[in-house]
Design a protein around this ligand. Sequence first.
Ligand SMILES: [Zn+2]
Length: 144
Amino acid sequence: MNDDTRFHATCPHCGATNRVPAARVDEHPVCGRCAKPLLDGQVLALSDADFDAVLMATDRPLLVDFWAAWCGPCRMMAPAFAQAAQQLGERALLVKVDTDANLQLAQRFAIRSIPTLVKIVQGREVARTSGAVPAGAIVQMAQG
Ligand SMILES: [Zn+2]
């Protein structure tokens, strides 16, 4: 694993695209342009290239939303997932993975229908659910 792996994060305050070192995902990185918190309460969009580096760097439970742009229920659930990320704050890391663009992850997690939520704790899958779920259920799954 390359320690210099970075992932892309769009600043929720100014819209700037930042390339964040995966190793620093739990260190409250700030935006390079406006210096405001970049990730607090945000959903991270990860890919085949950076998923494992983030997974290894975080101490938090990871809740991964496997989705695709053409999937209606996925688009319906996106606001609930974002809302859950805000509610959870630092208690969990909420991640979305586009299954069309990231075939390795989709295959590795044997994603057969979307949306599918997978909870990972210390590198191991501990829970999974398929189909759109409301924000309250997402928060519960992340904490449970
Ligand atoms: Zn910014």
